[in-house]
Design a protein around this ligand. Structure first.
Ligand SMILES: [Cu+2]
Length: 399
């Protein structure tokens, strides 16, 4: 009884309306193409399965060993062999036609936007250039975790990896595509409406594979334009004498060897450029220029939004979604607020205090030596609480 209840719970859990990664709830044309194949297939396979189970059940009961004589042994019944070959062949041909058609359909590379997607342990990087859904991107935008796209626009992702094989998957928008080092593979993304669509890396990629998640955020063209303009806005240095200004110095000392903040300049006026290839196995670390425009960090696993604000954003209608998303941690704060109401500050503090405690980098400390001093993921920098205060103040202005 308990087993049956458990099996039913597992079976029906997949049918819940609020399951954001349910492959049977497509939210865009590519995922719908897949759904249109998998549904009829599921029914056909289900009916064939039921017939097979029924025949097996009948045979088990009807021909059970009751001490009767061996039945007469026969072979070579031509009409039966032909029938049992032809029926599956017809079914498989019937399945093959829509499947092959869908594969060709999904391989269509026509698009109005190209975005480069790079996987590494254990987060995704996106880089944008050119024109996207009619919006001009005049300088490269580099971001992480959250793929922001214009809604109702065919987008082509060019996917690769910097270290091991990962796999990019947003179930509501399309199937999976492996991210393979040294190869470039494409995947189309298109969302019908503004909203947030979640996914995760689906190729085991090391210790923190389970904490390598991602989301696609679709915005109306006007909101997407606002997002792009904001990402490209010039760097604004913190006001002199503030905690954030001290934080800028701390950031240059502690963080900018791995993390780029575009426009940041050193005391002598030279640009501060990150060199993550000297410190990290994958040779990359997330660009933090507009950190506060994301809703989650570190492989999109830890929320920058408080639970209540996250609920509010996720439940927003397509019409109100964009304006909430663009406010990010400043949602509900009002125009004059000095502190963002929706900021889950503890998450970012915990991350800076000890990232490896939230996202394990090594199974054992002596493995660090095996990568020649380069780290996987973000190492613990043993920051003081004062330094963390300064950094939070500085990072809050990266919006
Ligand atoms: Cu991965």
């Amino acid at each position: 009884m308990a087993v049956a209840a458990f099996a039913a719970a597992v079976l029906f859990a997949g049918c819940a309306q609020d399951a954001p990664q349910d492959t049977f709830q497509p939210k865009g044309p590519n995922a719908r193409t897949i759904d249109d194949v998998q549904r009829p297939l599921f029914y056909v396979a289900g009916i064939v399965g039921l017939i097979v189970f029924a025949v097996i059940g009948y045979s088990i009961i009807r021909f059970k060993d009751r001490g009767q004589d061996m039945p007469e042994q026969t072979h070579g019944k031509t009409w039966l062999e032909v029938t049992l070959t032809v029926i599956p062949a017809v079914i498989l041909a019937g399945v093959a036609i829509p499947t092959v058609a869908a594969v060709f359909d999904l391989d269509d590379k026509s698009n109005e936007c190209v975005i480069n997607v790079t996987g590494q342990q254990w987060w995704w990087e996106y880089d944008y250039s050119g024109t996207c859904g009619g919006v001009e991107i005049t300088q490269p935008i580099v971001t992480s975790g959250e793929l922001v796209i214009p809604a109702d626009t065919p987008v082509l992702l060019r996917i690769t990896s910097r270290d091991v094989i990962h796999s990019y998957w947003i179930p509501a928008l399309n199937g999976k595509r492996d991210a393979v080092p040294g190869r470039l593979q494409t995947l189309r993304m298109e969302a019908d409406e503004p909203g947030i669509y979640t996914g995760q890396c689906t190729e085991f990629c090391g210790l923190s594979h389970a904490r390598m998640r991602q989301a696609a955020v679709a915005l109306s063209t006007a909101d997407f334009q606002t997002w792009v303009t904001n990402q490209l806005a010039a760097y604004v240095a913190p006001e002199a004498g503030t905690l954030a200004a001290t934080g800028e110095g701390t950031f240059v000392n502690q963080c900018s060897r791995c993390h780029q903040v575009n426009g940041l300049v050193a005391a002598d006026g030279t640009p501060v450029l990150a060199e993550p290839d000297l410190y990290v196995v994958a040779g990359a670390a997330p660009n933090l220029t507009n950190l506060m425009t994301r809703t989650a960090i570190a492989g999109w696993t830890f929320d920058l939004l408080t639970d209540a604000c996250r609920e509010q954003l996720w439940n927003a209608s397509p019409e109100e979604f964009g304006s909430l998303y663009l406010q990010g941690v400043w949602m509900n704060s009002g125009p004059d607020a000095t502190k963002p109401v929706c900021f889950a500050e503890a998450t970012l503090r915990d991350w800076l205090r000890d990232p490896a405690a939230m996202k394990p980098n090594y199974a054992s400390p002596d493995q660090v030596a095996s990568t020649g001093g380069l780290t996987r993921g973000m190492p613990n920098l043993n920051l003081t609480e004062d330094q963390i205060d300064q950094l939070i103040a500085f990072l809050l202005e990266r919006k």
